[in-house]
Design a protein around this ligand. Structure first.
Ligand code: AMP
Length: 563
């Protein structure tokens, strides 16, 4: 596909979405569809099947949610759900449900997430009251089908979200079983970050003549991706403003543009940065031309140093003195990334592009690297110590400049009398301290916790790798507890089966699970101590690869071995 991010001719209204949805989107501050939305929404509205290759961060949830909401009868209360979304984890089930709820609020759509780890009785009651959209993990969906509390006869659309993750977690058979419970003439939509042969197999068996959309595949034309120093920081959402502050302090841009996804995000970040002592100006599509001209004037004259903007608002702006482009979120498509960073590094000037990614957006970052054929190294967020070192360095450079260039005679009258009383070195130290203190922007003195930058899949690979080394007898990682599962290699158990069972039945996601070791007759899995009891309770009630298994803390194993 070749989404043309720069011309932006398609709006949500052009896509023919109903007014309730358009209102919801503008209320959320979405200014225009992302490329995947632009490509996927029209065929989905025509009830075509679709395979979309898209990672988190592309806007894929709205791409499948909006078309099904478009068809929702405002009052049509069918007996069973009309839409079934299957997702790999509880975390995603909640997120996707929230998205449906937010977009479909004015339509009175009833959405229910169902996942393991939540009391099943409560879910049975909610299903009994009637729902339009069910967002489920496969294990729990099957459970309800078995109890006849989830009837799929009236399902019109099935969405398999993050299909590769679901297969990796051992849900392949469950998914097929569920699909067989749905009407044959349903619409089937599959989204996946990667399209390995197993996904193609599933597609061939269950999708009819699907439209195919691939994001992050389009290679940048030679010379298109500018030579700009690029880096990324992986930080949790809550720490993004502080992390951005740190990075800006270290980078000290002359002028920077910070891209956000929505109007609301632009407004909030602008306020936050001004509170932190930066001179930031907001620019988004909701502003009058006059206002925009004023903002640009302040940036050009140097009164403001940061422009916080959406893609739409920044389109067509040419800002000469721009040194830095910051992606406050990973852009929704790789050519949007290329387009944004193309604003710096022109005409031989130095340019820097910085991207803040949440841990779950790591894959999107990888997709951009593949498409641009350029590496985006992930750096550590500067620590307080780094920041101090950098500010000292800037102070030293400023003093050196002053020593070389300024006429300092004027100040002799201050230094000479002090030098009679103190050592000249001490006088210099005091002067440097004052210069240093007057230089820095406000720094928050709290450390920003480092986030492990790995996807669920890498987490599991890591588990398998450590599993090969013998971890028995060693203490589990800090904050983790090792659980014993009475199933092992001889029962065909693989790490992904354990991860699938745990993530499907408890509130943990794949990335919360630590080292896994699989022996012939049993397995050991590290889980966060705080969740150990929940996992034991949940897994005792369910099966792993169709078998009931003993599940308990590992301490017992150790006793048994020594006894
Ligand atoms: P997803 O890839 O579905 O996980 O979405 C990533 C993020 O982008 C979510 O926080 C959405 O709220 C946001 N988002 C989705 N579509 C748009 C849009 N058209 N404009 C701005 N933000 C969006």
């Amino acid at each position: 596909m070749s989404p043309n991010v720069s011309d932006g001719v398609t709006s949500f209204a052009d896509l023919g979405l109903r007014p309730e949805l358009l209102n919801a989107l503008s209320g959320l501050g979405y200014e225009e569809p992302t490329p995947i939305q632009r490509e996927a929404i029209p065929p989905l509205l025509q009830e075509r099947d679709l395979v979309g290759q898209a990672a988190t961060g592309t806007g894929k949830t709205a791409a499948f949610a909006l078309p099904v909401l478009q068809r929702m009868p405002g009052d049509g209360r069918g007996a069973g759900p009309a839409v079934l979304v299957l997702v790999p984890t509880r975390e995603l089930a909640v997120q996707v449900s929230q998205a449906f709820h937010t977009y479909g609020r004015a339509l009175g759509v009833r959405v229910l997430p169902i996942y393991g780890g939540q009391p099943i009785g409560w879910q049975v009651k909610a299903l009994g009251r009637g729902v339009d959209v069910v967002v489920a993990t496969p294990g729990r969906a099957l459970d309800h089908i078995g109890r006849q509390t989830l009837r799929l006869r009236d399902v019109e659309t099935v969405v398999l979200d993050e299909a590769d993750e679901m297969l990796d977690m051992g849900f392949a058979d469950d998914i097929e079983e569920i699909l067989q419970e749905t009407p044959e003439d349903r619409q089937t939509v599959l989204f996946s970050a990667t399209l390995p042969p197993r996904i193609e197999g599933l597609t061939g068996r269950y999708l009819r003549d699907p439209i195919r959309i691939q994001m992050g595949r389009e290679a940048a034309a030679p010379g298109e991706a500018p030579l700009v120093r690029q880096s990324a920081y992986v930080v949790a959402r809550a720490h993004k403003p502080a992390a951005l502050g740190r990075v800006l302090d270290v980078e000290a841009p002359t002028a920077a543009i910070v891209f956000c996804r929505t109007r609301d995000e632009v407004d909030q970040l602008t306020e936050n940065l001004n509170g932190r002592g930066y001179r930031a100006e907001a620019l988004h599509g909701g502003m009058s031309q006059e206002h925009r001209d004023r903002v640009m004037g302040r940036l050009r004259s140097g009164t403001a140093e940061l422009l916080i903007a959406t893609d739409v608002a920044a389109r067509g702006l040419d800002i000469e003195q721009l040194t830095h482009v910051v992606n406050y979120d990973v852009p929704s498509a790789s050519d949007s990334y290329v387009h944004r960073i193309g604003r710096v590094g022109r005409a031989g000037r130095e340019g820097v592009a910085i991207t803040l990614a949440e841990p779950r957006e790591h894959r999107m970052l990888k997709a951009i690297e593949r498409a641009t054929k350029q590496r985006i190294p992930v750096e550590k967020v500067p620590t307080i110590a780094d920041l101090r070192a950098r500010r000292l360095e800037l102070t030293r450079a400023t003093l050196q400049e002053s020593l070389l260039g300024d006429d300092l005679e004027h100040f002799r009258a201050v230094v000479e009398p002090l030098a009679e009383e103190f050592d000249v070195m001490e006088v210099a130290l005091a002067a440097v301290k004052l210069a240093y203190e007057s230089s820095g922007a406000a720094t928050d003195e709290e450390e920003i916790p480092e986030v492990a930058q790995r996807t669920g899949r890498e987490g599991r690979d890591r588990g398998e790798a450590t599993g090969r080394r013998d971890r028995r007898g060693r203490a589990p990682a800090q904050g983790m507890t090792r659980l014993f599962f009475g199933v092992g290699r001889s029962g065909g158990i693989r790490p992904q089966d354990l991860v699938g069972a745990i993530a499907g039945e408890s509130h943990l996601s794949g990335r919360d699970i630590g080292a896994i070791e699989i022996a012939d007759r049993f397995s050991l899995v590290e889980v966060p101590e705080s969740a150990a009891d929940e996992v034991i309770r949940a897994l005792r009630r369910s099966t792993i690869k169709g078998r009931k298994a003993t599940v308990r803390r590992e301490r017992d194993t150790a006793n048994k071995r020594s006894g």
